[in-house]
Ligand binder design. Structure first.
Ligand SMILES: Cc1cc2nc3c(=O)[nH]c(=O)nc-3n(C[C@H](O)[C@H](O)[C@H](O)COP(=O)(O)OP(=O)(O)OC[C@H]3O[C@@H](n4cnc5c(N)ncnc54)[C@H](O)[C@@H]3O)c2cc1C
Length: 413
């Protein structure tokens, strides 16, 4: 296999089976790489230099001591020629990735990481590893990748994980997280065009500075892609009220244009297939004075801070209000059927299970009070549902999405 210098710069090689310094296989591999490049490549992972053996996976070579094929570097997936083995687990924990029958990934200009621990990417700080975390460079890269990804490999779009409990066993298949290539925001007149990775709060602020009222997005901590999918909203306004058009990439890798009618918005719901990835949206809001919009956003933030555990690790409202409507924040909003009231009346405010807790500040917020597992959060949520059902007759419906698999030992329980 020929090596090019570009390909070997900034390799990340987190796993290797043999790190014996004098391993003859290591030395042989190093010699081969050095010959091809004329110099040794730089290898870094988390700011730490690795032992020479970590060059083996980078070089797509095997070490005779370990026997297993090496794989996984961040940038080396750019070439299709390398043999790619099944994903291996993140060294920081989690179950070995099954790969859902995956034997390799198609080429990608962006980044692919095997076994990435999703707890690092969710608001609740829980979640086992994704078989692969894929961060495409742009829409073309994503579309090409999905076209070539075997159809039996499941794909899950991840925003910033502010509405998710990712279970402790993680997510099988490919988790797609949009990054830098998808966060541009441009305002023209009353319309705002933004990439799906842009944070709702950034979209609101950019719009407000240009005199466009999308202030309701200011206090929602998700990404625009997640907001489209979830029909996110508060203070009486929802994505459904402001979305003009969206662009998405289907699981088959087709780039499609979506109208609001295509999405069939409902309360915290759209009909977007779960593996279709929104890449961009165009929103429109009424014109207003930027200073007034700024003041309104500051007021909304202060109101949130006063009533919700905004500094705790949560995923927002845990359960839907039985009436199916979110709290509007209006003075005449009735509270009789609010989930938080039912939970408080059932005596579950402040309830705790391991590191999971029902917030003492707002009873509809499930928080990671420290070291919680996804299983603890989910079990506490289910305990709340049971108690509320027994005491009030209302069976609460989860608003937080629960995705992925339980950890292996939890499956056996
Ligand atoms: C403190 C707090 C307050 C909150 N307040 C509100 C609120 O007032 N109103 C409200 O509506 N929500 C609220 N939420 C919930 C959450 O912020 C929203 O649901 C948000 O829209 C989720 O966006 P995300 O990027 O975090 O998506 P994630 O949580 O990562 O994912 C949620 C869903 O969206 C999908 N998704 C994510 N990105 C994309 C994409 N690019 N294309 C297709 N699908 C995608 C995922 O597959 C998943 O199905 C709150 C959460 C927290 C933590």
């Amino acid at each position: 296999m020929a090596h090019t210098k570009a390909r070997w710069e900034w390799l990340i090689a987190p796993w290797y089976d043999c790190d014996r310094h004098q391993c003859r296989h290591t030395l042989k591999a190093l010699k081969q790489v050095a010959n091809d490049l004329g110099t040794l490549p730089r290898v870094r992972f988390s700011g730490r230099r690795y032992k020479p053996a970590s060059l083996l996976p980078a070089a797509g070579l095997r070490c005779g001591h370990a026997g297993a094929p090496y794989q996984q570097t961040s940038h080396s997936w750019r070439t299709a020629e390398r043999p790619i083995g099944p994903a291996r687990p993140d060294r920081r924990g989690g179950a070995p990735a099954s790969g859902a029958g995956m034997t390799g990934l198609p080429p990608l200009r962006g980044r692919a990481t095997a076994g990435r621990l999703l707890a690092e990417l969710t608001w609740l700080r829980v979640g086992g590893p994704a078989d692969w975390l894929v961060q495409p460079a742009d829409t073309d890269d994503l579309a090409r990748f999905l076209r070539q990804l075997p159809r039996n490999v499941p794909v899950f779009p991840l925003g910033v994980g502010s509405n998710l409990i990712v279970r402790d066993g993680g997510i099988r298949g490919v988790v797609v997280r949009l990054g830098r290539g998808f966060n541009a925001i441009a305002v023209t007149g009353q319309r705002v065009r933004a990439g799906a990775a842009a944070l709702d709060s950034h979209v609101a602020r950019r719009a407000a500075a240009a005199g466009v009222d999308l202030t309701f997005l200011r206090t929602i901590p998700g990404s625009l892609g997640g907001a489209v999918r979830m029909n996110a909203g508060c203070y009486g306004r929802y994505m459904a009220d402001v979305l003009v058009a969206a662009t998405a990439v289907t699981r088959a890798g087709e780039v499609i244009a979506l109208s609001p009618a295509d999405l069939a918005f409902a309360y915290r719901r759209t009909t977007l297939p779960p593996d279709t990835i929104v890449t961009e949206a165009v929103l429109e809001g009424p014109s207003a004075d930027p200073a007034m919009l700024e003041a309104r956003m500051a007021d909304q933030l202060a109101r949130r801070d006063a009533t919700q555990p905004t500094r705790d690790r949560s995923a927002g409202s845990t359960f839907r209000n039985p009436a199916g409507h979110s709290s509007t924040g209006a003075a005449d909003d009735t509270h009789d059927l609010k989930a938080w009231k039912l939970i408080a009346d059932a005596g579950m405010k402040g309830a705790r299970l391991g590191g999971a807790q029902i917030s003492a500040k707002h009873a509809n917020f499930l928080v990671n009070a420290g070291g919680a597992t996804a299983a603890e959060l989910e079990r506490l949520g289910e305990a709340v549902r049971k108690r509320v059902s027994e005491t009030t007759g209302h069976l609460l419906e989860w608003e937080i999405m629960r995705v992925g698999e339980p950890a292996r030992d939890q499956q056996e329980e």
